[in-house]
Write a protein that binds this ligand. Structure first.
Ligand SMILES: [Mn+2]
Length: 308
């Protein structure tokens, strides 16, 4: 059946495929990084990049909240890196180099995982000097598990500490009770990582906190990477992420966070990870994930127009 098309309602899928205004403000790279073999709970998060791309048919390109149209931005969709059968150890270099290359010719990059193992190579893609890089995680978990059993989706932040990322360049937002151990809370404390639990987010608001920590990091780093582990959402909104728990963020909070990151001049890359489309219900998780990609892009339009 031929689908209904309306020339006055351009779809975000067409934008991702390359539709844009004759004159644009800049460009956004999109990289699929379908790693899955490091997942503690085995699943098919390797299918998320294609699921996000196809659900964009259901979205327009207009952000009424910011009054921005995504056609002001060119997208370079670099496709999926062939990593679905790769160990995280072997995925480091391809993801890192892809991010590095993407950032050399685009204003920002969105990496669609894959499991949370993409965060380490993603951050390493920003720069060789990790002391000049900042990391914000929106995640129910520390991802500071021991490295003794090799790389997992549960230890990218621990691996980054080992790589030389200073703990005081790391801010973790959305950490849930009874989803993390005291031993790993102690690792975070000793490393001087800033930890904002989910109850603190509830008390102070995601916008206030995110703006505060983007400012804080901006004073000590050149570029910032933001990890959107979609399991930071409440489980009701995120059935497709194995680690989500009741009591997490709402889709509104995550989308708003994505817009704020897009609008901030030092945020160079974000990732969207941990979504296993085979576990989704009514596309709830994948719709939110796609809305984060679009809101980050909308924030980037606002960033680039203010720089003109
Ligand atoms: Mn995580």
């Amino acid at each position: 059946m031929k689908s209904y098309e309306d020339q006055f309602w351009p779809r975000a899928s067409a934008w991702l495929a390359g539709e844009h205004n004759d004159e644009t403000l800049g460009s956004l790279a999109v990289i699929g990084a379908p790693v899955r073999l490091g997942s503690i709970t085995p699943g098919r998060c390797d299918l998320a990049p294609s699921a996000v791309r196809s659900i964009l048919r259901k979205f327009s390109c207009y952000d009424i909240e910011a009054d921005t149209d995504l056609h002001h931005l060119r997208v370079n969709d670099l496709g999926d890196l062939p990593l679905a059968e790769s160990r995280l150890e072997d995925a480091l270099e391809p993801i890192m180099l892809s991010v590095r290359q993407a950032l050399s010719s685009n204003d920002a990059a969105v990496i669609i995982g894959g499991d949370n193992g993409v965060t380490r190579p993603g951050v390493r893609g920003l720069s060789d000097s990790l002391e000049r890089c900042g990391l914000i995680t929106l995640d129910a978990h520390f991802d500071l598990r021991d490295l003794g059993n090799g790389l997992l989706n549960g230890n990218p932040v621990r691996a980054l500490l080992a790589d030389g990322l200073p703990g005081n360049n790391i801010v973790q937002i959305g950490i849930q009770p009874f989803a993390n151990s005291q031993a790993y809370a102690e690792v975070a404390r000793k490393a001087d990582i800033t930890v904002i639990t989910i109850d603190k987010v509830r008390a102070h608001g995601i916008e206030t906190l995110l703006n505060e920590f983007l400012d804080y990091l901006s004073h000590q780093v050149d570029s910032i990477y933001v990890d959107f582990d979609v399991d930071v959402l409440d489980r009701v909104f995120s059935p497709a992420t194995p680690g989500s728990r009741p009591g997490g963020l709402t889709p509104w909070e995550l989308r708003r966070a994505a817009w704020i990151c897009g609008s901030h001049p030092k945020v160079k890359a974000i990732d969207l990870v941990e979504v296993d489309p085979t576990q989704d219900i009514a596309d709830a998780t994948i719709l939110t994930t796609a809305s984060c990609l679009l809101s980050f892009a909308s924030g980037l339009v606002t960033r680039l127009s203010s720089m003109k």
